[in-house]
Design a protein around this ligand. Structure first.
Ligand code: 9MR
Length: 380
């Protein structure tokens, strides 16, 4: 425990700690810092999660420190990549369960809520799932059978252990169905079938639709309409995942709040599933996480290579605080808030939508030390 404290004080985040000390007037400060994590701050509100990267699950680099930090701070985990089709099943009949099993073992050891991400998605899935050797789309019945077998195998293996599934991920682009191979090969009802298969495979799991830009009103309408249609047919969908790849400058709290209210009014539970706060200059719609969008590197778009200025650090803390105050206000509708990674070095935002920038979107810095934003949340 003392070692942790010393690490705080000698790290670049000593400023963050002293700011926190100044603003905290409670009596058991030492125990608050050393023994409790953010999960304890939010325990009566929602579960508090992070994503585990492939490097962390593989035991690479500083992964053992990272796992200790995760166990202390978070009550829920999502695999960033290792339950995706291409990772789990690179060839039709060769399954690689190693990292997925490690994920589940870690979650069980630490008594965490576990989220399976993601069963049906257009990305990170081999083409041979959809096309024959002559590059012809396989028949609808074949695609449905593959989907069912995949869901049965993955959900079945972890039945009763994984509590929440992102069953369908990113099925809409703005207000329209994304023309993915699933959509083209099966039709709109691929959506409904995915949820049916998941429900059959584990009737007790919480089943979610997950997407980015969920505060966009056109997307909201399409998502809610598609879910309502399924529910009318008796298909179980418990809620929506608002990925929440946010920027310092937007979307506004008002816009996020309206989205939470709209989903809740449609009878859906809300999960915040992939939260982070991009601090770098924007090159496209800030809320988008469409991984198809990539742009060329330019120096002026990468201004904080040698560190984030204090004013920006404070702005980031303030934005995190505002967003979490909103989540707390609506904690009767929100079951979980998950960050898309633990420390800045592992964030996908260092490489998206431009490769090789230095971003600062998470709560822990590149030395796994808590940032001002962390302390801003700790005192909520
Ligand atoms: O964070 C993930 C990154 O490591 C992968 O390279 C990327 C590839 O598709 O996927 C990232 O996670 C995505 C998530 O699975 C779905 N929503 C958008 C996330 C960021 O792209």
């Amino acid at each position: 425990m003392m070692m942790n404290r010393r690490k705080f004080l000698t790290s670049s985040s000593s400023l963050a700690l002293s700011t926190y000390l100044m603003s905290y007037s409670g009596s058991s400060l030492a125990s608050l810092i050393e023994n409790t994590g953010l999960k304890d701050v939010f325990k009566d509100k929602f579960s508090f999660g992070t994503a585990l990267s492939t490097a962390t699950l593989s035991g690479l680099g500083n992964s053992s420190d990272q796992l200790k930090l995760v166990a202390k701070e978070f009550s829920s985990i999502t695999p960033e990549n290792d339950f995706k089709w291409a990772n789990l099943r690179p060839k039709p009949n060769s399954w690689g369960w190693d990292l997925a099993d490690k994920f589940v073992e870690f979650g069980q050891e630490n008594n965490m809520q576990m989220v399976g991400h993601a069963l049906v998605w257009h990305s990170q899935i081999p083409d041979n799932v959809f096309f024959d050797k002559k590059n012809k789309m396989l028949p609808r019945s074949h695609l449905l059978a593959t989907m069912e077998e995949h869901i049965n195998t993955v959900v079945g293996r972890y039945r009763g252990k994984i509590h929440v599934w992102d069953v369908v991920n990113e099925a809409f682009k703005g207000g329209r169905w994304r023309k993915s191979h699933w959509y083209n090969g099966i039709g709109e009802d691929y959506f409904e079938h995915a949820f049916r298969f998941a429900q059959n495979a584990d009737p007790s799991a919480q089943l979610m639709y997950n997407d980015y830009s969920m505060d966009n009103s056109k997307k909201q309408q399409s998502v809610i309409a598609a879910i309502n249609q399924c529910k009318r047919k008796g298909v179980k969908i418990d809620g929506v995942g608002m990925q929440s790849h946010l920027h310092l400058d937007g979307p506004s709290i008002k816009q996020i709040e309206q989205a939470i209210l709209n989903y809740a009014n449609a009878g859906l539970r809300v999960h915040i599933t992939e939260l982070e706060m991009d601090v770098l200059p924007k090159i496209q719609d800030y809320a988008s996480a469409d991984i198809g969008n990539k742009y060329a590197y330019r120096e002026e778009l990468d201004p904080y290579k040698s560190g984030l200025p204090l004013a920006m650090e404070q702005k980031l803390a303030q934005r995190y605080e505002e967003v979490f105050k909103l989540y707390i206000k609506h904690s009767d509708k929100i079951d979980r808030v998950t960050l898309w990674g633990t420390s800045d070095d592992e964030s996908w935002k260092n490489d998206f939508p431009i490769k090789g920038r230095t971003n600062y979107p998470l709560l822990f810095d590149r030395n796994q030390q808590p940032k001002l934003a962390y302390f801003a949340l700790k005192k909520l």
